[in-house]
Design a protein around this ligand. Structure first.
Ligand SMILES: [Ca+2]
Length: 261
């Protein structure tokens, strides 16, 4: 039980079961990294996947780090037909739900804190279909605005093997620049609440809806990403994650240049 007593009070302690708290890989530090990328970088790319404590802004939180993919902080993971319910309230989407070692939403507040850290951030999406074909896409830069702005999504340029389902309107819906909607807070552009619309008896969950969706990774009956993931082409898993942008590489060293490791 030693690891338990060393565990600092993470604000989102509810996203791990008490038995899983011992899985946190970096307890007992005096200062905590701002995100998974800092850990990945200082380990020379050798850090392993798992749950770490990070401090993106004021509060200490736990997050799952996808180190093998390059130090990404995972902000969403879903398995089709997940036992984790994604039909949640604004408050639950704000501070996260599910379990970090499985399906979860890290929390809009933390997504805001991470993407508004110094420099810029990018948003990555990873999709795995039923035949285990993996597609990837990223928006660089990416920002989730604060709660007052209803956690509005702001996306930059897209690249990747997946389609650009958030900022391209091939389905007549745009997710870029939309505010977040949950079943108890309707910020979308539809006459009803998109988060309440059901498919196969499962509601859409919280999302940056338009009127309503060309992509929605929070409906657990069908992971939806335009032609990459839909009810004809089933996907099994999806992840959303954030990392510092490639657009800002300049690090101010105070006139004392150091060799990059
Ligand atoms: Ca509406």
């Amino acid at each position: 039980m030693g690891a338990h007593s060393e565990l600092p009070p993470a604000e989102n302690i509810h996203v791990l079961s008490p038995e899983e708290l011992k899985l946190v890989l970096n307890v007992g530090l005096k200062e905590f990294p701002g995100d998974c990328y800092e850990i990945w970088q200082s380990s020379g790319g050798q850090a392993r996947d798992g749950v770490y404590l990070i401090q993106p802004a004021g509060s200490l939180i736990m997050a799952y780090c996808a180190m093998q993919d390059g130090g990404w902080t995972v902000v969403q993971h879903i398995t089709v037909n997940s036992s984790v319910d994604f039909d949640r309230t604004w408050a639950e989407y704000k501070l996260g739900f599910g379990t970090l070692t499985g399906d979860h939403w890290l929390g809009n507040e933390y997504l805001h804190q991470l993407t508004s850290r110094p420099g810029r951030y990018k948003l990555g999406v990873k999709l795995v279909d039923k035949d285990a074909v993996t597609k990837f896409g990223e928006y660089d830069p990416a920002l989730v605005e604060n709660e007052e702005a209803q956690y509005r999504l702001r996306l930059g340029l897209f690249q990747g093997t997946a389609v650009d389902a958030l900022a391209q309107d091939t389905e007549n819906y745009l997710h870029d620049n939309q505010r977040f909607t949950t079943k108890d807070r309707d910020n979308d552009n539809y006459f009803q609440n998109c988060a309440k619309l059901e498919f196969q008896g499962v509601s859409g969950g919280g999302w940056w809806y338009d009127a309503c969706a060309g992509a929605n990774l929070n409906r657990r009956s069908v992971i939806y990403w335009q032609k990459d993931c839909n009810k004809e082409h089933l996907c099994k898993y999806a992840w959303m994650m954030v990392r510092p942008s490639d657009l800002i590489k300049v690090v101010h060293t105070g006139g004392c240049p150091k060799d990059e490791l």
